[in-house]
Design a protein around this ligand. Structure first.
Ligand code: PFF
Length: 450
């Protein structure tokens, strides 16, 4: 994997697997395991999943390749990359970097919840007879101090890893832990769909009720595609900047979204059928993962053990994503202002932590503060970053490639001057020039109006 430690010499990923793992590591995270199931639950289940797929195909793959192209072409962070191609476009990368920073602030709060659930599984909290999972969860997140402590630990883990450079260790662990997460999700899914009464949930998740598709559902799906694939934030541009010229980026831009979607679907099938079987409500929002799955574990033989294993894997998936979130702004400051990596990671990590504190308090003492659309502070930041800033940055990316820099230049980079075959090139060109920007714009306007 790239040694991101070095300030001047930009290294390259040492192996194909290294890059795919890092990019998939960035994509697969709380977005799949925590955000996807509850957003689907809030937005009509199958209807949401259907729209998600449509947007994934039309926008997700397209932008994944676009970001990899820009990153590899310029070998720079998101802001520098745009600026290198067209001097006055740097601010577009800036929107992404800012969004990644906002997301990191609350991502770390949720990461803290996961840490707490690891501790809870160690102490056997889920296997106490008649324990009420909802009470347990609400009791924890509404406490004013404890969740902030866990948020701090998660933030320190993230900045510690980015400070040291993300080479070596993470790559080694990813090779074992990512497939383990997949297997684990599969096992939980089997338990969940075989619970008595689960079929309602399977139907809810997989059978689309078309009448439920509206502007809000579409905007939620659009935001989810960006969030889940780490798009629009400069993260993929930054990771692409460490790629060598003979890497087949069109192929990578198919693999990463496929892996990501596979995990999201597994998570949905692990969580939503259990929601119905155990009598919870699918639209209860961010608490879904933390209330439903412990209840499933309580129904499994060796439940405590599985719970512990599961939350450790979730933590790992969350960390490989949060380091990429921090990396986006760190690489910007290191490249552009020539700060050293350690000082930058520490400073930005601490700012993100501080910024996350209100999101944590918003679950309890500050829950009455509703800055936007009657959403609490955490959900408001998430909405503005994921559903507004990311689509906007994605739209500008389409216009930039399709109409400013030009498809020919982009395709030269994608195919390494014709050395790599890319049969879908004309199709991709059409998508990035017309379909993706129009789709983003329509969904965006519909969603904001509804
Ligand atoms: N894609 C990650 C997830 O699904 O959890 C979250 C994320 C990571 C978003 C990196 C954005 C990003 F730049």
């Amino acid at each position: 994997m790239a040694n991101l430690n070095q300030d001047q010499n930009r290294d390259q990923w040492s192996s194909k697997v290294g890059f795919v793992l890092a990019a998939a590591g960035s994509a697969v995270g709380l977005g799949n395991l925590w955000r996807f199931p509850y957003t689907a639950g809030q937005n009509g289940g199958g209807a949401f999943v259907l729209v998600y797929f449509a947007i994934l195909v039309l926008v997700g793959f397209t932008l994944m390749l676009a970001e990899l192209i820009i990153g590899r072409h310029t070998q720079l962070n998101a802001v520098g990359a745009y600026r290198k191609i067209r001097e006055n476009w740097g601010w577009v990368g800036g929107i992404g970097v800012l969004a990644s920073f906002l997301i990191l602030s609350f991502y770390s709060v949720i990461g803290g919840w996961v840490l707490n659930y690891i501790v809870k599984s160690l102490t056997g909290a889920f296997t106490v007879p008649n324990v009420d999972m909802a009470d347990m969860f609400v009791g924890f997140i509404t406490n004013p101090t404890e969740p902030i402590l866990y948020h701090a630990i998660f933030a320190f883990l993230t900045l510690g890893i980015v400070m040291g450079g993300i080479s070596g260790g993470i790559e080694k662990y990813s090779k074992i832990l990512m497939p383990s997460l997949f297997v684990m999700m599969f096992l939980i899914m089997i338990r969940s769909v075989t619970l008595p009464g689960a079929s309602e949930g399977i139907k809810f998740f997989l059978a689309p009720d078309f009448s439920k598709i509206n502007g809000q559902v579409m905007l939620a799906a659009l935001g989810q595609v960006f969030f889940s694939l780490s798009l629009g934030m400069g993260v993929i541009i930054t990771y692409g900047s460490y790629l060598s010229k003979d890497e087949n980026i069109p192929q990578n831009s198919l693999i990463i979204p496929l892996v990501d979607t596979g995990v999201a679907l597994l998570a949905g099938l692990a969580i939503l059928p259990a929601v119905f079987a155990l009598g919870f409500s699918p639209d209860q929002g961010p608490s879904l993962l933390f209330i439903t799955l412990p209840a499933v574990f309580a129904e499994m033989p060796l439940g405590s053990f599985f719970a512990l294993l599961f939350f450790i894997l979730v933590l790992f998936a969350a960390l490989t994503s949060s380091i990429s979130l921090l990396e986006a702004s760190v690489s910007y400051v290191v490249d552009e202002y020539h700060w050293n990596r350690k000082k930058t990671s520490l400073t930005l990590g601490l700012i993100a932590f501080t910024l996350g504190i209100p999101s944590s308090l918003a679950q309890g003492v500050w829950s009455h503060i509703r800055p936007f659309r009657d959403l609490d502070i955490l959900d408001s930041i998430d909405f503005v970053a994921s559903n507004v800033m990311l689509p906007l940055s994605g739209l500008l990316l389409c216009l930039f490639i399709g109409w400013v820099w030009g498809i020919d230049n982009a395709l030269k980079e994608a195919t390494n001057n014709g050395k790599i075959s890319f049969k879908l090139a004309p199709f991709w060109a059409f998508l990035i020039k017309w379909v993706a920007p129009i789709a983003i714009l329509v969904v965006f306007i519909q969603g904001l109006r509804s």
